[in-house]
Design a protein around this ligand. Structure first.
Ligand SMILES: [Zn+2]
Length: 119
Protein backbone atom coordinates (compact mmCIF):
# COMPACT_ATOMS: atom_id res chain seq x y z
CA UNK A 1 0.00 0.00 0.00
CA UNK A 2 1.34 3.31 -1.09
CA UNK A 3 1.31 6.14 1.39
CA UNK A 4 0.50 9.67 0.43
CA UNK A 5 3.21 12.20 1.12
CA UNK A 6 2.37 14.50 4.02
CA UNK A 7 0.62 17.70 3.11
CA UNK A 8 2.76 20.73 3.40
CA UNK A 9 0.91 23.88 4.27
CA UNK A 10 2.21 26.86 2.43
CA UNK A 11 2.91 29.70 4.76
CA UNK A 12 2.58 33.05 3.17
CA UNK A 13 4.27 35.72 5.13
CA UNK A 14 3.03 39.15 4.30
CA UNK A 15 4.90 42.14 5.56
CA UNK A 16 3.07 44.21 8.11
CA UNK A 17 2.09 47.69 6.91
CA UNK A 18 2.33 50.58 9.39
CA UNK A 19 -0.68 52.49 10.70
CA UNK A 20 -1.65 55.61 8.76
CA UNK A 21 -2.17 59.13 10.11
CA UNK A 22 -5.95 58.64 9.90
CA UNK A 23 -6.61 54.97 10.75
CA UNK A 24 -8.39 53.98 13.95
CA UNK A 25 -5.40 52.08 15.38
CA UNK A 26 -7.73 49.60 17.07
CA UNK A 27 -9.57 46.35 16.26
CA UNK A 28 -10.49 47.79 12.84
CA UNK A 29 -6.87 47.56 11.71
CA UNK A 30 -5.14 44.34 10.73
CA UNK A 31 -1.61 43.53 9.67
CA UNK A 32 -2.16 44.82 6.15
CA UNK A 33 -5.49 46.64 6.36
CA UNK A 34 -6.00 49.96 8.06
CA UNK A 35 -9.47 51.41 8.57
CA UNK A 36 -10.59 54.84 9.72
CA UNK A 37 -13.06 55.43 12.53
CA UNK A 38 -16.70 55.41 11.38
CA UNK A 39 -17.94 58.63 9.76
CA UNK A 40 -21.72 59.01 10.02
CA UNK A 41 -24.36 60.94 8.19
CA UNK A 42 -28.04 60.72 9.11
CA UNK A 43 -31.12 61.12 6.95
CA UNK A 44 -34.90 61.14 7.39
CA UNK A 45 -36.86 58.35 9.10
CA UNK A 46 -33.79 56.77 10.70
CA UNK A 47 -31.71 56.58 7.53
CA UNK A 48 -27.99 56.42 8.18
CA UNK A 49 -24.83 56.21 6.11
CA UNK A 50 -21.52 55.05 7.56
CA UNK A 51 -18.28 55.56 5.69
CA UNK A 52 -14.81 54.20 6.41
CA UNK A 53 -11.59 54.94 4.63
CA UNK A 54 -9.57 51.77 4.05
CA UNK A 55 -5.92 51.32 3.13
CA UNK A 56 -4.53 47.98 2.00
CA UNK A 57 -1.22 46.92 0.55
CA UNK A 58 -2.58 47.25 -2.95
CA UNK A 59 -5.34 49.87 -2.84
CA UNK A 60 -7.19 52.57 -0.98
CA UNK A 61 -10.97 52.80 -1.01
CA UNK A 62 -14.04 54.02 0.80
CA UNK A 63 -16.31 51.43 2.34
CA UNK A 64 -19.92 52.56 2.72
CA UNK A 65 -22.86 51.02 4.54
CA UNK A 66 -26.25 52.66 4.12
CA UNK A 67 -29.51 51.94 5.94
CA UNK A 68 -32.52 53.41 4.16
CA UNK A 69 -36.01 52.77 5.51
CA UNK A 70 -38.34 51.76 2.69
CA UNK A 71 -42.10 51.42 2.41
CA UNK A 72 -43.94 48.22 3.34
CA UNK A 73 -46.01 48.73 0.19
CA UNK A 74 -44.31 46.70 -2.53
CA UNK A 75 -44.71 49.09 -5.49
CA UNK A 76 -43.33 51.97 -3.44
CA UNK A 77 -40.51 49.84 -2.01
CA UNK A 78 -39.47 48.78 -5.52
CA UNK A 79 -39.43 52.38 -6.67
CA UNK A 80 -37.38 53.39 -3.63
CA UNK A 81 -34.88 50.60 -4.28
CA UNK A 82 -34.58 51.70 -7.89
CA UNK A 83 -33.91 55.29 -6.85
CA UNK A 84 -31.34 54.09 -4.31
CA UNK A 85 -29.53 51.95 -6.89
CA UNK A 86 -29.53 54.79 -9.39
CA UNK A 87 -28.07 57.21 -6.85
CA UNK A 88 -25.43 54.68 -5.75
CA UNK A 89 -24.34 54.47 -9.39
CA UNK A 90 -24.25 58.29 -9.57
CA UNK A 91 -22.13 58.32 -6.41
CA UNK A 92 -19.66 55.83 -7.85
CA UNK A 93 -19.20 57.92 -10.99
CA UNK A 94 -19.03 61.25 -9.13
CA UNK A 95 -16.34 60.04 -6.74
CA UNK A 96 -14.28 58.41 -9.47
CA UNK A 97 -14.44 61.65 -11.51
CA UNK A 98 -12.35 63.42 -8.86
CA UNK A 99 -8.87 62.77 -10.14
CA UNK A 100 -5.53 64.43 -9.36
CA UNK A 101 -5.60 66.35 -12.64
CA UNK A 102 -8.97 67.87 -11.70
CA UNK A 103 -7.49 69.12 -8.43
CA UNK A 104 -4.26 70.44 -9.95
CA UNK A 105 -5.00 74.08 -10.77
CA UNK A 106 -1.65 74.55 -12.51
CA UNK A 107 -2.66 71.95 -15.05
CA UNK A 108 -6.21 73.22 -15.46
CA UNK A 109 -5.14 76.83 -16.07
CA UNK A 110 -4.90 77.05 -19.79
CA UNK A 111 -4.05 80.66 -20.65
CA UNK A 112 -3.49 79.82 -24.30
CA UNK A 113 -7.24 79.28 -24.65
CA UNK A 114 -7.84 82.94 -23.73
CA UNK A 115 -5.33 84.33 -26.20
CA UNK A 116 -6.68 85.97 -29.27
CA UNK A 117 -4.85 85.80 -32.54
CA UNK A 118 -2.85 88.94 -33.46
CA UNK A 119 -4.73 91.15 -35.87
ZN1 LIG B 1 -4.06 51.15 11.35
Amino acid sequence: MKRRPPRVMAHTIQPETPHTDWCARDHRCGLNVHTSPDMYTDGPLGARGVLNRVHTETSDYAEIRIRIPISAREPIARKQLGVALHLIRELLYAVSAVRPAALDHARTDRPALDRRPAA
